[in-house]
Design a protein around this ligand. Structure first.
Ligand SMILES: Nc1ncnc2c1ncn2[C@@H]1O[C@H](COP(=O)(O)OP(=O)(O)O)[C@@H](O)[C@H]1O
Ligand SMILES: [Mg+2]
Length: 345
């Protein structure tokens, strides 16, 4: 398999008179797995289509390895794309679907069959070559679609929500499978998803997008712990955003944290954000309880190992290490900035 880096420089795309992508600059290292993550309509598919050659840029450049591919037609780029909807031919056999791109390229039968056999083996579909695609499960069909993309030996693999149509359990299994396959082949891969959990589980690097722009590029752990702004935080499950107070352990206009990091305490602990409130409701979530508290004008989401009666007064605390501090401009503040900037020299 070819392994090439991809670079986008100041890429802008206009469709139907509207600007869909704004000045996107991005480096995707060779052999890496990158996820484009963002809400529906933010431009993820358009970005993928522009790399494949189906959406011409209004300005900017797309480079694969050392060469610019921005002006090449799709078939000259050699990129391979897999869609959510499989786009397989159901009346054809698995082998027929897999080898179709090779047939188009005039590759002889013996070589087509040999490549199909090798891929079926890699995909865990040995012996399925003669089966009709219509008789396969969703997970198996998506593997065939992946095989059809890989059979042309592409320098880069583009996946548009490839797991979104599948049941939760199959999706989880296929995540691991797809990731292992990508690592084994070492192929540069860009996958679009709107599912933050999927992106966190699979990516080397996540590209967070919003309204046609790149908001943040980070490793999953960094994105999760340090989202760039309030919206990014909300998208990554930071479900509490409280107005900062002078006696809080971290100075900020807004303090963000996830309910799983907010726990009920009998007495206020040290080195934590502390709020007092009245329990509005308490819902069992399987492993524990999820609480909603009224604290002044704010509602706080928290967790508890034991049930708490609605109406009771409680103290909720969040360890300082779990807090995200945002400034008045809604941007994340630098890590480790002291609560009071006082230096005695
Ligand atoms: N061919 C098109 N003509 C005009 N607008 C389009 C076209 N394709 C997509 N769009 C618009 O571009 C925006 C981004 O779409 P898309 O890239 O499909 O987003 P995503 O994949 O993140 O859901 C949407 O507002 C969509 O309506
Ligand atoms: Mg899309």
């Amino acid at each position: 398999m070819g392994v090439e880096a991809l670079a986008l420089h100041g890429l802008s795309i206009r469709l139907g008179g509207a600007q869909i992508l704004h000045d996107v600059t991005l480096n995707v290292p060779a052999g890496s797995f990158t996820c484009l993550l963002g809400p529906s309509g933010c431009g993820k598919t358009t970005l993928l289509r522009s790399i494949a050659g189906f959406a011409p840029p209004a300005s900017g450049d797309i480079r694969l390895g050392a060469r610019s591919i921005a002006d090449l037609p799709p078939e000259k780029r050699g990129t391979a794309m897999v869609f959510q909807s499989y786009a397989l031919w159901p009346h054809m056999t698995v082998a027929g679907n897999l080898t179709y791109p090779l047939k188009l390229r005039g590759i002889v039968r013996a070589e087509r069959d040999a490549r199909a056999e090798a891929l079926l083996d890699i995909l865990g579909l040995s012996g399925f070559g003669a089966r009709k695609v219509g008789s396969l499960s969703g997970g198996q069909r998506q593997r065939v679609a992946l095989g059809r993309a890989l059979i042309i030996d592409p320098p880069i693999l583009l996946l548009d929500e490839p797991l979104s149509n599948l049941d939760a359990a199959i999706r989880r299994n296929l995540r691991g499978e797809l990731r292992r396959l990508q690592q084994r082949l070492g192929i540069t891969t860009i996958m679009v998803t709107h599912d933050q959990e999927e992106a966190l589980a699979m990516a080397d690097t996540i590209v967070l997008m919003r309204a046609g722009r790149v908001v943040q590029v980070a490793a999953p752990q960094d994105l999760y712990a340090r989202p760039a702004d309030l919206d990014a935080g909300r998208f990554l499950g930071v479900d509490n955003m409280l107005a900062g107070r002078p006696d809080d352990p971290v100075a900020a206009a807004t303090l963000g944290f996830r309910s799983m990091d907010a726990r009920i305490h009998a007495t206020a602990p040290q080195d934590a954000l502390v709020r007092h409130g009245t329990v509005l409701d308490c819902a069992y979530t399987g492993g524990g309880y999820h609480l909603q508290l009224q604290s002044g004008a704010e509602v706080i989401s928290a967790v508890s190992g034991v049930p708490v009666t609605p109406g009771s007064q409680v103290c909720v605390a969040v360890p300082t290490a779990s807090l995200m501090a945002f400034g008045a401009d809604q941007m994340l503040l630098p890590n480790g900035s002291p609560p009071i900037a006082e230096t005695v020299q």
